[in-house]
Design a protein around this ligand. Structure first.
Ligand SMILES: Cc1cc2nc3c(=O)[nH]c(=O)nc-3n(C[C@H](O)[C@H](O)[C@H](O)COP(=O)(O)OP(=O)(O)OC[C@H]3O[C@@H](n4cnc5c(N)ncnc54)[C@H](O)[C@@H]3O)c2cc1C
Length: 516
Protein backbone atom coordinates (compact mmCIF):
# COMPACT_ATOMS: atom_id res chain seq x y z
CA UNK A 1 0.00 0.00 0.00
CA UNK A 2 1.43 3.40 -0.95
CA UNK A 3 -0.27 6.67 -0.11
CA UNK A 4 1.14 10.10 -0.85
CA UNK A 5 1.04 13.08 1.52
CA UNK A 6 2.55 16.54 1.69
CA UNK A 7 4.07 15.86 5.12
CA UNK A 8 4.58 12.70 7.13
CA UNK A 9 5.31 13.18 10.83
CA UNK A 10 6.69 10.23 12.78
CA UNK A 11 5.63 10.39 16.44
CA UNK A 12 2.79 12.37 18.06
CA UNK A 13 4.49 13.59 21.25
CA UNK A 14 5.73 17.02 22.31
CA UNK A 15 7.54 17.51 19.00
CA UNK A 16 5.41 15.61 16.47
CA UNK A 17 2.02 16.52 17.94
CA UNK A 18 2.93 20.20 18.17
CA UNK A 19 4.30 20.17 14.64
CA UNK A 20 1.08 18.61 13.29
CA UNK A 21 -0.94 21.27 15.12
CA UNK A 22 1.23 24.01 13.59
CA UNK A 23 0.97 22.64 10.05
CA UNK A 24 -2.70 21.65 10.02
CA UNK A 25 -4.09 25.14 9.22
CA UNK A 26 -1.96 25.21 6.05
CA UNK A 27 -4.39 22.71 4.50
CA UNK A 28 -1.49 20.49 3.48
CA UNK A 29 -2.15 16.76 3.54
CA UNK A 30 -0.56 15.49 6.74
CA UNK A 31 -0.03 11.92 7.91
CA UNK A 32 0.80 11.48 11.61
CA UNK A 33 2.26 8.04 12.32
CA UNK A 34 2.21 6.93 15.95
CA UNK A 35 3.39 3.52 17.11
CA UNK A 36 1.20 3.60 20.23
CA UNK A 37 -2.55 3.93 20.67
CA UNK A 38 -4.61 6.42 22.69
CA UNK A 39 -3.88 6.00 26.38
CA UNK A 40 -7.01 4.42 27.86
CA UNK A 41 -9.03 6.65 30.20
CA UNK A 42 -9.63 4.37 33.16
CA UNK A 43 -9.55 4.60 36.94
CA UNK A 44 -6.03 3.17 36.96
CA UNK A 45 -4.83 6.50 35.49
CA UNK A 46 -5.07 7.76 39.08
CA UNK A 47 -3.88 4.63 40.84
CA UNK A 48 -0.24 5.22 41.76
CA UNK A 49 0.26 1.57 42.66
CA UNK A 50 -0.96 0.43 39.24
CA UNK A 51 1.04 3.12 37.46
CA UNK A 52 4.34 2.95 39.34
CA UNK A 53 4.59 -0.43 41.02
CA UNK A 54 2.57 -2.17 38.27
CA UNK A 55 4.20 -0.24 35.40
CA UNK A 56 0.80 -0.11 33.71
CA UNK A 57 1.69 2.31 30.93
CA UNK A 58 5.39 1.57 30.44
CA UNK A 59 6.28 0.04 27.09
CA UNK A 60 7.43 -3.58 27.12
CA UNK A 61 10.58 -2.57 25.17
CA UNK A 62 13.85 -4.17 26.16
CA UNK A 63 16.97 -2.06 25.72
CA UNK A 64 20.56 -2.93 26.62
CA UNK A 65 23.29 -1.02 28.43
CA UNK A 66 26.86 -0.80 27.18
CA UNK A 67 27.70 -4.13 28.85
CA UNK A 68 24.82 -5.88 27.13
CA UNK A 69 22.66 -6.02 30.28
CA UNK A 70 18.99 -5.68 29.45
CA UNK A 71 16.66 -3.17 31.06
CA UNK A 72 13.13 -1.92 30.58
CA UNK A 73 13.27 1.77 29.63
CA UNK A 74 10.65 4.08 31.12
CA UNK A 75 9.20 4.95 27.72
CA UNK A 76 5.52 5.35 26.99
CA UNK A 77 4.21 4.78 23.49
CA UNK A 78 0.91 6.61 23.23
CA UNK A 79 -0.67 9.41 21.25
CA UNK A 80 0.95 12.37 23.00
CA UNK A 81 4.16 10.44 23.70
CA UNK A 82 6.01 11.11 26.94
CA UNK A 83 3.79 14.11 27.63
CA UNK A 84 0.97 11.72 28.61
CA UNK A 85 3.02 11.01 31.73
CA UNK A 86 4.87 14.27 32.15
CA UNK A 87 4.59 16.73 35.02
CA UNK A 88 3.79 19.61 32.62
CA UNK A 89 6.43 21.85 34.21
CA UNK A 90 6.90 23.97 31.09
CA UNK A 91 10.14 25.94 31.48
CA UNK A 92 12.08 27.94 28.92
CA UNK A 93 15.82 27.39 28.72
CA UNK A 94 17.73 30.38 30.12
CA UNK A 95 19.48 32.63 27.54
CA UNK A 96 22.91 31.41 28.67
CA UNK A 97 21.89 27.82 27.89
CA UNK A 98 22.17 28.73 24.21
CA UNK A 99 25.85 29.69 24.69
CA UNK A 100 28.88 27.55 25.36
CA UNK A 101 29.19 26.83 29.10
CA UNK A 102 32.16 25.38 30.94
CA UNK A 103 31.43 22.65 33.49
CA UNK A 104 33.77 20.61 35.64
CA UNK A 105 33.65 17.71 33.19
CA UNK A 106 33.78 19.67 29.95
CA UNK A 107 31.98 22.03 27.65
CA UNK A 108 28.27 22.30 27.06
CA UNK A 109 28.20 23.44 23.42
CA UNK A 110 26.32 26.44 22.07
CA UNK A 111 23.11 26.09 20.08
CA UNK A 112 23.14 27.27 16.46
CA UNK A 113 20.54 29.87 17.41
CA UNK A 114 20.16 32.31 20.27
CA UNK A 115 17.48 32.58 22.94
CA UNK A 116 16.11 35.62 21.07
CA UNK A 117 15.59 33.46 17.95
CA UNK A 118 13.49 30.94 19.87
CA UNK A 119 11.71 33.48 22.08
CA UNK A 120 8.69 34.10 19.81
CA UNK A 121 8.16 30.34 19.55
CA UNK A 122 8.40 29.92 23.33
CA UNK A 123 5.61 32.45 23.61
CA UNK A 124 3.48 30.61 21.05
CA UNK A 125 4.13 27.30 22.81
CA UNK A 126 3.16 28.78 26.19
CA UNK A 127 -0.09 30.04 24.74
CA UNK A 128 -0.82 26.81 22.90
CA UNK A 129 -0.14 24.71 26.00
CA UNK A 130 -2.12 27.06 28.29
CA UNK A 131 0.77 27.63 30.66
CA UNK A 132 0.14 29.26 34.03
CA UNK A 133 3.01 31.32 35.39
CA UNK A 134 4.41 34.78 35.93
CA UNK A 135 7.24 36.00 33.74
CA UNK A 136 9.47 38.37 35.66
CA UNK A 137 9.53 36.54 39.00
CA UNK A 138 12.56 34.38 38.27
CA UNK A 139 15.67 36.56 38.01
CA UNK A 140 17.44 34.05 35.73
CA UNK A 141 14.85 33.93 32.96
CA UNK A 142 15.25 35.68 29.63
CA UNK A 143 12.98 38.41 28.32
CA UNK A 144 9.48 37.31 27.32
CA UNK A 145 7.61 39.18 24.58
CA UNK A 146 4.28 38.28 26.15
CA UNK A 147 3.09 37.30 29.61
CA UNK A 148 1.80 33.74 30.14
CA UNK A 149 -1.81 33.26 29.08
CA UNK A 150 -2.82 32.47 32.67
CA UNK A 151 -1.71 33.69 36.08
CA UNK A 152 0.34 31.30 38.17
CA UNK A 153 -1.28 28.41 39.98
CA UNK A 154 -1.63 29.50 43.61
CA UNK A 155 0.56 27.81 46.16
CA UNK A 156 -1.33 25.69 48.63
CA UNK A 157 -0.65 26.71 52.27
CA UNK A 158 2.37 24.46 52.91
CA UNK A 159 4.08 25.51 49.69
CA UNK A 160 3.24 29.17 50.32
CA UNK A 161 4.95 28.77 53.70
CA UNK A 162 7.99 27.25 52.00
CA UNK A 163 8.04 30.10 49.49
CA UNK A 164 7.84 32.67 52.32
CA UNK A 165 10.59 30.87 54.27
CA UNK A 166 12.83 30.82 51.19
CA UNK A 167 12.28 34.51 50.51
CA UNK A 168 12.97 35.34 54.16
CA UNK A 169 16.26 33.46 53.87
CA UNK A 170 17.31 35.55 50.86
CA UNK A 171 16.41 33.14 48.05
CA UNK A 172 14.26 33.96 45.01
CA UNK A 173 11.46 31.40 44.74
CA UNK A 174 9.04 31.82 41.85
CA UNK A 175 5.78 30.32 40.69
CA UNK A 176 6.66 27.37 38.47
CA UNK A 177 5.18 27.35 34.96
CA UNK A 178 2.48 24.68 34.79
CA UNK A 179 0.55 23.41 31.77
CA UNK A 180 -2.83 22.71 33.30
CA UNK A 181 -6.44 23.46 32.40
CA UNK A 182 -8.07 25.14 35.40
CA UNK A 183 -11.25 26.87 36.30
CA UNK A 184 -11.33 30.52 37.13
CA UNK A 185 -9.71 30.73 40.53
CA UNK A 186 -6.49 29.13 39.25
CA UNK A 187 -6.36 26.52 41.94
CA UNK A 188 -5.42 23.11 40.64
CA UNK A 189 -7.13 21.22 43.41
CA UNK A 190 -10.48 22.67 42.47
CA UNK A 191 -10.05 21.57 38.86
CA UNK A 192 -9.26 18.00 39.62
CA UNK A 193 -9.83 16.89 43.17
CA UNK A 194 -8.88 13.26 42.57
CA UNK A 195 -5.64 14.04 40.78
CA UNK A 196 -2.55 14.24 42.94
CA UNK A 197 -0.73 15.57 39.89
CA UNK A 198 2.18 13.28 40.12
CA UNK A 199 4.91 13.16 37.50
CA UNK A 200 4.56 9.87 35.73
CA UNK A 201 0.76 9.61 35.88
CA UNK A 202 -1.75 10.39 33.15
CA UNK A 203 -4.73 12.66 33.86
CA UNK A 204 -8.08 10.89 33.58
CA UNK A 205 -10.05 14.11 33.12
CA UNK A 206 -7.63 15.51 30.53
CA UNK A 207 -6.81 18.56 32.66
CA UNK A 208 -3.10 18.17 31.97
CA UNK A 209 -1.95 20.08 28.89
CA UNK A 210 -0.24 17.22 27.11
CA UNK A 211 0.35 16.82 23.39
CA UNK A 212 -2.64 14.55 22.89
CA UNK A 213 -5.13 16.89 24.59
CA UNK A 214 -3.74 20.18 23.29
CA UNK A 215 -2.22 19.38 19.92
CA UNK A 216 -3.52 16.11 18.44
CA UNK A 217 -7.15 15.75 19.56
CA UNK A 218 -8.19 19.10 18.05
CA UNK A 219 -6.99 17.81 14.65
CA UNK A 220 -9.06 14.63 14.65
CA UNK A 221 -11.70 14.87 11.97
CA UNK A 222 -9.89 17.53 9.92
CA UNK A 223 -10.02 16.47 6.26
CA UNK A 224 -6.31 17.13 5.69
CA UNK A 225 -4.94 15.31 8.75
CA UNK A 226 -4.74 11.54 9.11
CA UNK A 227 -3.58 9.91 12.34
CA UNK A 228 -2.58 6.26 12.19
CA UNK A 229 -2.07 4.61 15.56
CA UNK A 230 -0.28 1.31 16.05
CA UNK A 231 1.92 2.42 13.15
CA UNK A 232 5.59 1.87 13.95
CA UNK A 233 7.99 3.38 11.46
CA UNK A 234 10.76 0.88 10.94
CA UNK A 235 12.85 2.55 8.24
CA UNK A 236 13.07 5.32 5.66
CA UNK A 237 14.09 4.58 2.07
CA UNK A 238 15.64 7.10 -0.32
CA UNK A 239 15.86 7.48 -4.09
CA UNK A 240 19.00 6.25 -5.84
CA UNK A 241 20.81 9.53 -5.23
CA UNK A 242 20.28 9.14 -1.48
CA UNK A 243 19.13 12.79 -1.32
CA UNK A 244 15.38 12.32 -0.97
CA UNK A 245 13.31 10.12 1.30
CA UNK A 246 10.82 8.35 -0.94
CA UNK A 247 9.26 5.73 1.34
CA UNK A 248 8.36 5.62 4.99
CA UNK A 249 8.19 1.96 5.94
CA UNK A 250 5.61 1.15 8.59
CA UNK A 251 4.75 -1.95 10.55
CA UNK A 252 1.02 -1.89 11.39
CA UNK A 253 -1.11 -4.75 12.63
CA UNK A 254 1.52 -7.22 11.52
CA UNK A 255 1.64 -5.80 7.97
CA UNK A 256 4.33 -3.76 6.23
CA UNK A 257 3.06 -0.61 4.56
CA UNK A 258 4.83 2.27 2.84
CA UNK A 259 3.82 5.90 2.70
CA UNK A 260 5.35 8.83 0.80
CA UNK A 261 5.46 12.57 1.26
CA UNK A 262 7.24 15.65 -0.02
CA UNK A 263 8.57 16.21 3.49
CA UNK A 264 9.22 13.64 6.21
CA UNK A 265 9.73 14.71 9.83
CA UNK A 266 11.13 12.44 12.54
CA UNK A 267 9.79 13.12 16.05
CA UNK A 268 9.96 9.66 17.60
CA UNK A 269 11.89 10.77 20.69
CA UNK A 270 15.68 10.92 20.87
CA UNK A 271 16.42 7.20 21.10
CA UNK A 272 13.83 6.05 18.56
CA UNK A 273 14.63 8.78 16.06
CA UNK A 274 18.25 7.56 16.13
CA UNK A 275 17.02 3.99 15.82
CA UNK A 276 15.02 4.77 12.68
CA UNK A 277 18.01 6.52 11.08
CA UNK A 278 20.41 3.73 11.97
CA UNK A 279 18.00 1.11 10.62
CA UNK A 280 17.75 3.05 7.36
CA UNK A 281 21.32 2.41 6.20
CA UNK A 282 21.71 1.98 2.44
CA UNK A 283 24.40 2.07 -0.22
CA UNK A 284 24.35 5.86 -0.17
CA UNK A 285 24.14 6.08 3.62
CA UNK A 286 26.26 3.15 4.76
CA UNK A 287 26.46 4.34 8.37
CA UNK A 288 22.75 5.02 8.71
CA UNK A 289 20.58 7.64 7.02
CA UNK A 290 21.97 11.20 7.25
CA UNK A 291 24.92 9.88 9.23
CA UNK A 292 27.97 10.80 7.16
CA UNK A 293 29.14 12.73 10.23
CA UNK A 294 28.84 9.62 12.44
CA UNK A 295 26.89 11.79 14.89
CA UNK A 296 23.57 9.89 14.74
CA UNK A 297 22.89 8.27 18.09
CA UNK A 298 25.74 10.13 19.83
CA UNK A 299 25.59 12.90 22.44
CA UNK A 300 22.67 11.32 24.30
CA UNK A 301 21.65 13.33 27.39
CA UNK A 302 18.95 12.87 30.02
CA UNK A 303 19.84 15.21 32.91
CA UNK A 304 21.43 14.49 36.27
CA UNK A 305 18.31 14.54 38.38
CA UNK A 306 17.58 13.72 41.95
CA UNK A 307 14.33 13.49 43.87
CA UNK A 308 14.43 14.35 47.55
CA UNK A 309 11.69 13.87 50.08
CA UNK A 310 12.11 16.30 52.98
CA UNK A 311 10.07 15.53 56.07
CA UNK A 312 8.43 18.20 58.12
CA UNK A 313 6.89 17.73 61.56
CA UNK A 314 3.57 19.12 60.47
CA UNK A 315 1.67 17.20 57.77
CA UNK A 316 1.89 18.44 54.22
CA UNK A 317 -1.69 18.29 52.95
CA UNK A 318 -0.82 19.77 49.57
CA UNK A 319 -2.61 18.22 46.60
CA UNK A 320 -0.95 20.09 43.73
CA UNK A 321 2.63 20.52 44.84
CA UNK A 322 4.39 21.53 41.63
CA UNK A 323 3.86 25.27 41.98
CA UNK A 324 7.29 26.47 43.13
CA UNK A 325 10.70 26.74 41.48
CA UNK A 326 14.11 28.04 42.55
CA UNK A 327 16.92 29.01 40.19
CA UNK A 328 19.31 30.69 42.64
CA UNK A 329 22.02 28.19 41.64
CA UNK A 330 21.18 27.96 37.94
CA UNK A 331 23.79 30.39 36.63
CA UNK A 332 27.56 30.35 37.10
CA UNK A 333 28.57 32.84 39.76
CA UNK A 334 32.25 33.30 38.99
CA UNK A 335 33.45 30.90 41.68
CA UNK A 336 31.57 27.86 40.36
CA UNK A 337 29.84 26.58 37.21
CA UNK A 338 26.04 26.43 36.98
CA UNK A 339 24.54 23.91 39.41
CA UNK A 340 20.98 23.68 38.17
CA UNK A 341 17.30 23.99 38.95
CA UNK A 342 15.26 23.09 42.02
CA UNK A 343 11.52 22.54 41.71
CA UNK A 344 8.74 20.68 43.43
CA UNK A 345 7.77 17.14 42.56
CA UNK A 346 4.27 15.77 42.47
CA UNK A 347 3.20 14.65 45.93
CA UNK A 348 4.70 11.39 47.19
CA UNK A 349 2.46 8.38 47.57
CA UNK A 350 3.06 4.82 48.78
CA UNK A 351 2.54 3.51 45.22
CA UNK A 352 5.13 5.89 43.79
CA UNK A 353 7.62 5.02 46.54
CA UNK A 354 7.18 1.31 45.94
CA UNK A 355 7.53 1.79 42.18
CA UNK A 356 10.68 3.88 42.42
CA UNK A 357 12.36 2.07 45.32
CA UNK A 358 11.04 -1.51 45.29
CA UNK A 359 13.89 -2.94 47.35
CA UNK A 360 13.93 -0.21 49.98
CA UNK A 361 10.17 -0.30 50.48
CA UNK A 362 9.58 -4.03 50.18
CA UNK A 363 9.25 -4.73 53.89
CA UNK A 364 7.73 -1.38 54.85
CA UNK A 365 3.99 -1.57 55.64
CA UNK A 366 1.64 0.64 53.66
CA UNK A 367 0.47 2.68 56.68
CA UNK A 368 4.07 3.65 57.33
CA UNK A 369 4.63 4.81 53.76
CA UNK A 370 1.35 6.71 53.93
CA UNK A 371 2.58 8.52 57.02
CA UNK A 372 5.89 9.38 55.33
CA UNK A 373 4.04 10.65 52.25
CA UNK A 374 1.73 12.75 54.44
CA UNK A 375 4.67 14.59 55.99
CA UNK A 376 6.97 14.84 53.00
CA UNK A 377 7.71 17.89 50.92
CA UNK A 378 9.03 16.56 47.63
CA UNK A 379 11.69 18.30 45.59
CA UNK A 380 13.35 17.68 42.25
CA UNK A 381 16.92 18.72 41.49
CA UNK A 382 18.23 18.94 37.94
CA UNK A 383 21.81 19.46 36.80
CA UNK A 384 22.88 19.62 33.18
CA UNK A 385 24.68 16.58 31.79
CA UNK A 386 27.08 16.87 28.87
CA UNK A 387 26.63 15.64 25.29
CA UNK A 388 29.49 13.16 25.25
CA UNK A 389 30.12 11.42 21.92
CA UNK A 390 30.38 8.03 23.58
CA UNK A 391 27.04 8.42 25.34
CA UNK A 392 25.17 6.94 22.46
CA UNK A 393 22.43 4.82 20.98
CA UNK A 394 23.55 1.95 18.80
CA UNK A 395 21.64 -1.05 17.46
CA UNK A 396 22.45 -4.73 17.50
CA UNK A 397 21.83 -7.06 14.58
CA UNK A 398 18.22 -7.56 15.66
CA UNK A 399 17.60 -3.80 15.73
CA UNK A 400 17.48 -3.53 19.55
CA UNK A 401 18.56 -0.30 21.20
CA UNK A 402 21.85 -0.33 23.12
CA UNK A 403 22.44 2.73 25.25
CA UNK A 404 25.96 3.53 26.44
CA UNK A 405 26.07 6.26 29.06
CA UNK A 406 28.51 7.67 31.61
CA UNK A 407 27.32 10.38 33.98
CA UNK A 408 29.00 13.78 33.87
CA UNK A 409 29.08 16.85 36.10
CA UNK A 410 28.91 14.93 39.38
CA UNK A 411 30.57 17.88 41.13
CA UNK A 412 27.71 20.16 40.09
CA UNK A 413 25.09 17.57 41.04
CA UNK A 414 26.57 17.21 44.52
CA UNK A 415 26.95 20.97 44.78
CA UNK A 416 23.25 21.47 44.12
CA UNK A 417 22.31 18.82 46.68
CA UNK A 418 24.57 20.53 49.24
CA UNK A 419 22.83 23.83 48.56
CA UNK A 420 19.46 22.12 48.96
CA UNK A 421 20.45 20.70 52.35
CA UNK A 422 21.43 24.19 53.48
CA UNK A 423 18.07 25.45 52.28
CA UNK A 424 16.19 22.68 54.04
CA UNK A 425 17.95 23.42 57.31
CA UNK A 426 17.17 27.12 56.98
CA UNK A 427 13.51 26.45 56.27
CA UNK A 428 12.91 23.89 58.99
CA UNK A 429 12.89 20.89 56.68
CA UNK A 430 15.42 18.10 57.05
CA UNK A 431 16.45 15.95 54.09
CA UNK A 432 16.14 12.33 55.08
CA UNK A 433 18.59 10.36 53.02
CA UNK A 434 16.85 7.11 53.78
CA UNK A 435 13.81 8.50 52.02
CA UNK A 436 15.70 10.17 49.25
CA UNK A 437 14.38 8.69 46.02
CA UNK A 438 16.93 9.09 43.29
CA UNK A 439 14.68 8.27 40.35
CA UNK A 440 17.36 9.01 37.84
CA UNK A 441 20.72 9.10 39.54
CA UNK A 442 21.18 6.15 41.83
CA UNK A 443 18.64 3.56 40.85
CA UNK A 444 20.14 0.16 40.23
CA UNK A 445 19.22 0.56 36.55
CA UNK A 446 19.57 4.33 36.19
CA UNK A 447 19.62 4.23 32.41
CA UNK A 448 16.00 3.14 32.45
CA UNK A 449 14.90 6.62 33.45
CA UNK A 450 14.84 8.03 29.93
CA UNK A 451 12.13 10.65 30.55
CA UNK A 452 14.30 13.61 29.51
CA UNK A 453 16.15 11.84 26.67
CA UNK A 454 17.71 14.28 24.20
CA UNK A 455 20.56 14.59 21.72
CA UNK A 456 21.29 11.79 19.13
CA UNK A 457 20.63 13.96 16.03
CA UNK A 458 21.84 17.38 17.06
CA UNK A 459 21.45 20.42 14.90
CA UNK A 460 24.25 22.79 14.05
CA UNK A 461 25.87 24.73 11.26
CA UNK A 462 28.72 22.28 10.61
CA UNK A 463 27.73 19.06 8.78
CA UNK A 464 30.87 17.41 10.14
CA UNK A 465 29.67 17.68 13.75
CA UNK A 466 25.89 17.73 13.47
CA UNK A 467 23.08 15.78 11.80
CA UNK A 468 20.68 18.62 11.00
CA UNK A 469 21.04 22.24 9.97
CA UNK A 470 19.62 25.25 11.77
CA UNK A 471 16.16 24.59 10.28
CA UNK A 472 16.39 21.03 11.62
CA UNK A 473 16.68 19.62 8.09
CA UNK A 474 19.12 16.75 7.72
CA UNK A 475 22.35 18.05 6.21
CA UNK A 476 22.52 15.09 3.85
CA UNK A 477 18.87 14.63 2.86
CA UNK A 478 16.78 17.30 1.13
CA UNK A 479 13.34 16.45 2.54
CA UNK A 480 14.07 15.01 5.99
CA UNK A 481 13.51 17.08 9.15
CA UNK A 482 13.57 16.58 12.93
CA UNK A 483 11.14 18.03 15.45
CA UNK A 484 11.81 16.21 18.72
CA UNK A 485 14.38 16.36 21.51
CA UNK A 486 16.94 14.59 19.33
CA UNK A 487 18.11 17.93 17.93
CA UNK A 488 19.28 19.34 21.30
CA UNK A 489 23.02 20.20 21.14
CA UNK A 490 22.92 20.64 24.94
CA UNK A 491 20.10 20.17 27.41
CA UNK A 492 20.32 22.95 30.02
CA UNK A 493 19.00 22.16 33.48
CA UNK A 494 15.29 22.77 33.11
CA UNK A 495 12.65 20.34 31.84
CA UNK A 496 12.89 19.98 28.08
CA UNK A 497 9.31 19.76 26.78
CA UNK A 498 8.55 23.46 26.21
CA UNK A 499 11.77 23.80 24.21
CA UNK A 500 10.76 20.78 22.10
CA UNK A 501 7.32 22.31 21.54
CA UNK A 502 8.68 25.77 20.70
CA UNK A 503 11.19 24.34 18.27
CA UNK A 504 8.51 22.17 16.65
CA UNK A 505 6.46 25.32 15.99
CA UNK A 506 9.58 26.91 14.48
CA UNK A 507 10.17 23.86 12.26
CA UNK A 508 6.47 23.89 11.36
CA UNK A 509 6.67 27.50 10.14
CA UNK A 510 9.71 26.63 8.07
CA UNK A 511 8.12 23.53 6.50
CA UNK A 512 4.88 25.42 5.77
CA UNK A 513 6.90 28.12 4.03
CA UNK A 514 8.82 25.52 2.04
CA UNK A 515 5.61 23.84 0.89
CA UNK A 516 3.96 27.14 -0.01
C1 LIG B 1 7.36 10.79 33.82
C2 LIG B 1 7.79 11.95 32.97
C3 LIG B 1 7.73 13.23 33.50
C4 LIG B 1 8.14 14.31 32.73
N1 LIG B 1 7.94 15.57 33.21
C5 LIG B 1 8.27 16.63 32.43
C6 LIG B 1 7.94 17.95 32.85
O1 LIG B 1 7.32 18.18 33.90
N2 LIG B 1 8.32 18.97 32.06
C7 LIG B 1 8.97 18.77 30.87
O2 LIG B 1 9.32 19.76 30.20
N3 LIG B 1 9.25 17.54 30.44
C8 LIG B 1 8.90 16.46 31.17
N4 LIG B 1 9.12 15.20 30.71
C9 LIG B 1 9.85 15.05 29.43
C10 LIG B 1 8.99 15.35 28.21
O3 LIG B 1 7.80 14.61 28.25
C11 LIG B 1 9.82 15.02 26.98
O4 LIG B 1 11.00 15.81 27.01
C12 LIG B 1 9.11 15.32 25.67
O5 LIG B 1 7.87 14.66 25.60
C13 LIG B 1 9.99 14.89 24.51
O6 LIG B 1 9.33 15.14 23.31
P1 LIG B 1 9.67 14.29 22.02
O7 LIG B 1 8.78 14.78 20.94
O8 LIG B 1 11.13 14.27 21.83
O9 LIG B 1 9.29 12.77 22.42
P2 LIG B 1 7.89 12.16 22.87
O10 LIG B 1 7.02 13.20 23.46
O11 LIG B 1 8.16 10.96 23.69
O12 LIG B 1 7.23 11.69 21.50
C14 LIG B 1 7.76 10.63 20.74
C15 LIG B 1 6.60 9.89 20.10
O13 LIG B 1 7.09 9.04 19.06
C16 LIG B 1 6.42 7.78 19.14
N5 LIG B 1 7.30 6.81 18.48
C17 LIG B 1 8.46 6.30 18.95
N6 LIG B 1 9.01 5.48 18.03
C18 LIG B 1 8.17 5.48 16.96
C19 LIG B 1 8.20 4.83 15.71
N7 LIG B 1 9.22 4.03 15.36
N8 LIG B 1 7.16 5.02 14.85
C20 LIG B 1 6.12 5.82 15.20
N9 LIG B 1 6.05 6.49 16.38
C21 LIG B 1 7.08 6.32 17.25
C22 LIG B 1 6.22 7.58 20.62
O14 LIG B 1 5.22 6.63 20.90
C23 LIG B 1 5.85 8.99 21.07
O15 LIG B 1 4.47 9.22 20.94
C24 LIG B 1 8.68 14.10 31.42
C25 LIG B 1 8.72 12.81 30.90
C26 LIG B 1 8.26 11.74 31.65
C27 LIG B 1 8.30 10.36 31.04
Amino acid sequence: MTDRYDVIIVGSGAGGGTLAHTLAPSGKKILLLERGDFLPRELENWDSTAVFAGGRYVSPDTWYDEHGNEFQPQVHYFVGGATKMYGAALYRLRPTDFDEIKFSDGISPAWPLAYSDLEPYYTRAEWLYQVHGNHGEDPTEGPASKQYPWPPVSHEPRIQQLSDDLAASGYHPFHAPCGILLNEDHRAASACIRCAWVDGMPCLVHAKCDAEVIAVRPLLGLPNVTLLVGAEVTALRTDSSGNTVTDVVVSRAGQHETYSADVVVLAAGAANTAKILLRSASDKHANGLANGSDQVGRNYMFHNSKAVSALSKEPNETVFQKTLGLNDFYLADGSRPPLGNIQMLGKSSPGAMRGEEPKLTKLVPNWSLEEVARHSVDLWLTTEDLPKPDNRVTLDGAGNIHLAYQFSNAAETHGLYRELKTILNKTGLAAHDVLSKNYYLHLSVPLAAVAHQAGTARFGSDPATSVADVNCKAHEVDNLYFADASIFPSIGAVNPALTVMANAIRVGDHVAERLR
